[in-house]
Design a protein around this ligand. Sequence first.
Ligand code: DC
Length: 222
Amino acid sequence: MIITIDGPAAAGKGTLAATLAEKYHLAYFDTGMVYRAVGLEMRQKGLDRQDEAQAEAIARNLTFPKMIELSKDPEFRSSEGGVAASIVSAHPKVRAALLKMQQDFALNPVFADGTPANGAIYDGRDTGTVVCPAADVKFFITASTEVRAKRRYDELKAKGSDISFEKVLEDMKSRDARDAERSAAPMKPAEDAVIFDTSALNIQEVVAKTEEIIGNKLKKQL
Ligand code: DC
């Protein structure tokens, strides 16, 4: 079974994906990691993230082990890391170079220790539209910009960051605009995605509703 969860930053995709992955024994791919890895490696090499050709060269050489290594850097999950990822992800050649790596994961989904899974759960911006257009179940999770900025701010504070709420909100707004307006695979719900707004629903309610939808799908597949 392949499940996709798309939507803007801090909408609750990661929590939902981790919960569903555990319940259905699915391997989890957080696809934002591929763009964060390219953004960070460019910074480490002193390259300009606006340079599409250089970003494409970095993307072509990205592997899973390299991505995991880069993810250990504190900047990887930082607000700046998110902005950098969003900049490199707007380059069509970068997206094309990273597509196969993301799609191949669904062919042989395994957990981090190499044991096989029942399928894969993806989270990102275009996983239901571009990466896995034939996924069994697709969700699109959203929430108001202020609610998402507050969640991200609390998360960063808990990790010891001294960033201000205003800066987090500003980064969130510019990232949303870039992700939704870029020409290559702009963030939007797949036509067959089920949409949830988590500013109105709490995560337990969303989990319960998604489990009902997945349960119905599984019954049909039997
Ligand atoms: O989910 P995240 O915050 O880690 O994503 C970082 C950036 O990567 C996001 O602003 C846009 C980009 N991204 C994308 O373009 N497509 C995806 N499937 C996942 C992330």
